[in-house]
Design a binder for this molecule. Structure first.
Ligand SMILES: Nc1ncnc2c1ncn2[C@@H]1O[C@H](COP(=O)(O)OP(=O)(O)O)[C@@H](O)[C@H]1O
Ligand SMILES: [Mg+2]
Length: 258
């Protein structure tokens, strides 16, 4: 069946034969060709050291390919990393490392202030971003004194204040307890429903896979599987990834949050 033109997928991030090697000679990515469409919710899974973080860092110009290309909205990230960063925001695995302000307000305002926006516009962006992650009322708190889950939500707010179209989240549930995981996950699902393109890395599929539309599996710097989660998950143990308990129990993929 032909797809009506308005429903055709529109790509936003494309990599073509991407290879990367760190300065110490570690070969981290080999020949990666992937396309991510706008509005897609993708999980990139892989064992530790498989190259997930290194790949994400190429999407907003924190790293550049040794060979091959990465583009955002058709523009080379290497040629114009600032243009890529305006569209692609990244939440780092270590939320603490992303804290830049003495108060929650200052922390979220940091990005928009660097864009030299007017004060009223900065205020609007900060209050919208804090409301998106349920941190309204936390403006005067010290970021370092927040709980693990609150710090993660603050990091997401800091990225949202830059109004990116794509949200990259590197292991967003690491070190979070069950209630914090549910809160962060619900907010990620809501951001996806509101139209954001979401790309999440994880070595643990349990929490997030039911909400994703696509599962990419990495092993030793290569993409070894790419497709619908319910299909890709079959036999995923061979890549060092634990399948969700519900799958092991024969119940299929079950959501963590509604
Ligand atoms: N700064 C670095 N210098 C050298 N090698 C690195 C660096 N960062 C990561 N690596 C190596 O690159 C490979 C991929 O790492 P990474 O992208 O962090 O994997 P993952 O996020 O899947 O755990 C690993 O072999 C890792 O040891
Ligand atoms: Mg990593």
């Amino acid at each position: 069946m032909s797809i009506a033109p308005e429903h055709k997928p529109v790509s936003i991030i494309e990599t073509s034969n991407l290879c990367h090697c760190f300065s110490d000679g570690t070969k981290s990515l080999s020949d990666i060709s992937l396309t991510f469409n706008t509005g897609e919710f993708t999980v990139i899974a892989g064992a530790n050291g498989s190259g997930k973080t290194t790949l994400l860092r190429h999407f907003n110009g924190l790293l550049f390919p040794e060979s091959g290309t990465v583009s955002v909205s058709g523009k080379s990230v290497k040629k114009d990393p600032m243009a890529a960063r305006k569209q692609v925001g990244m939440v780092f695995q270590d939320a603490e490392s992303q804290i830049v302000g003495d108060t929650v307000y200052d922390d979220v305002a940091f990005g928009p202030e660097n864009l030299r926006l007017q004060r009223a516009q900065i205020d609007r962006r900060v209050s919208q971003a804090l409301s998106d992650v349920n941190l309204t009322g936390f403006e005067e708190r010290c970021p370092h004194h927040l709980s693990g889950g609150e710090k993660r939500r603050l990091a997401i707010a800091g990225v949202l204040a830059m109004t990116p179209r794509v949200l990259l989240m590197d292991e967003p549930f690491s070190n979070l307890d069950y209630p914090s995981t549910c809160t962060v996950l619900s907010q990620v699902v809501k951001l996806h429903e509101e139209g954001h393109t979401i790309i999440i890395t994880t070595h643990d599929l349990e929490k997030v896979i039911a909400h994703a539309q696509r599962l990419v599996v990495m092993e030793k710097g290569c993409v070894v599987r790419d497709g619908l989660p319910e299909e890709v998950i079959v036999g995923i143990e061979q890549f060092g990834i634990r399948p969700p308990c519900s799958v092991q129990l024969g119940k299929g993929i079950q959501p963590w949050v509604n």
